[in-house]
Design a protein around this ligand. Structure first.
Ligand SMILES: C[S@@+](CC[C@H](N)C(=O)[O-])C[C@H]1O[C@@H](n2cnc3c(N)ncnc32)[C@H](O)[C@@H]1O
Length: 225
């Protein structure tokens, strides 16, 4: 799994295991601006998938004391880093990281050893282009299972729109990703919308971000039962 940690390998871990992602330093404020209007008005639980260093969950938990945050990842040093950031921050509303592998179609999250309550939101930042398509499928199917009615899945990263790259730099990035691993690649919002429809979610509400990235917000339909 070392291929997932290229970016994090650039900066040495602090003695307690905290990692620093340069991308977090660049992107967290603009992501926050896109998700804050919804999250600030919610209470309940937020699950983050592919939390990486844990810096997003830690920073956003500090800004939403009324929400309980549940970070997750698959990579051991990332789980260590998330836990180290959690201890460092000492936030009452940031829970210990759990191992969730989105290649597993039957993935689940747990709160105190049991499947948690329906989620207010899910967050997945910079994961879908460096993982197989099945990760996108399982993420969105999971959003259908675990979000409460009106809950939202927020996804950040580079995306195509209707078969077109949004910038030449994204097309080049896509090519380099596929050269590194044929299962990776910049995903198309239209394909994600198809998955969302099948999972009982709306099509993505799209917020443009700097550097040709997008925040996609999928909303779970209000449940009938
Ligand atoms: C580029 S990093 C982004 C990390 C973090 N979200 C951020 O933006 O700083 C991609 C993350 O996805 C995680 N990841 C990769 N494959 C995964 C999978 N199958 N299930 C869950 N997480 C995965 C990696 O371990 C890594 O932490």
């Amino acid at each position: 799994m070392a291929e997932f940690v290229v970016e994090f390998g650039k900066s040495a871990a602090m003695p307690d295991g905290r990692l620093n992602a340069p991308a977090f330093q660049r992107n967290h404020e603009v992501i926050w601006a896109a998700i804050a209007p919804f999250l600030s008005a919610q209470n309940g639980d937020v699950l983050e998938l592919g939390s990486g260093t844990g810096q997003h969950a830690t920073t956003f938990a500090a800004r939403t004391p009324q929400l309980t945050w549940w970070p997750s990842d698959i990579y051991p040093s990332h789980l260590t880093s998330i836990e180290a950031w959690r201890r460092h921050a000492g936030l009452a509303n940031l829970r210990a990281p759990q191992r969730i592998d989105l290649t597993d179609a039957a993935w689940s999250w747990s709160a105190a050893g049991q499947t948690g309550a329906p989620l207010a939101a899910m967050l997945c930042i910079n994961v879908l282009h460096i993982s197989p398509w099945t990760v996108a499928q399982n993420l969105i199917a999971g959003a259908g299972r675990y979000l409460r009615g009106g809950g939202r899945l927020f996804v950040y990263g580079p995306f195509m729109r209707d078969g077109q790259h949004t910038a030449p730099s994204n097309a080049a990035f896509d090519q380099s990703l596929r050269a590194e691993n044929p299962a990776w690649g910049v995903r198309d919002v239209a394909d994600l919308n198809t998955l969302a429809r099948n999972a009982g979610l709306t099509a993505a509400e799209i917020t443009p971000m700097p550097a040709n990235n997008l925040v996609l917000a999928f909303t779970r339909a209000v449940r009938q039962n």
